[in-house]
Design a protein around this ligand. Sequence first.
Ligand code: RB5
Length: 146
Amino acid sequence: MKISIGSDHAGFQAKERLREMLEAEGHTVYDKGTNSEESTDYPDYGHAVAKSVSSGECERGILVCGTGIGMCMTANKTPGVRAALVHDEFTTEMSRKHNNANVLCMGTRVLDEETILRLTKIWLSTEFGGDRHALRVEKIEGGIKS
Ligand code: RB5
């Protein structure tokens, strides 16, 4: 899978570990930065990863900041992006099964790095449930009127 990744300074170390893990698993990783722990602005990377997914450059995106909140807010500004902030196995699985999330957001001040790697593996291997959820996901973009 082609996967775009990004972080701010708070997520930098976790992003580096994510890239190593994803490449070791055979994915093609597009690293949109940041490239150090120097303080920086999360929207710059959130938008870059969202654009990568909405343009079709990558199938999925993964964003890491302190809480995951700012990245998720940012990524969801881009049409076609369904970014999910997850905290545990349940929210990770549901974001794929029910919401067909194409961008995963996590926080390093909420989750330890091992958990971030574990949830990423779960997220990448969980399929969208389709069926009634497909109609609801279409409604997110406003394509179907209630
Ligand atoms: C940076 O201090 C922090 O605000 C950022 O990483 C993130 O948590 C924002 O949502």
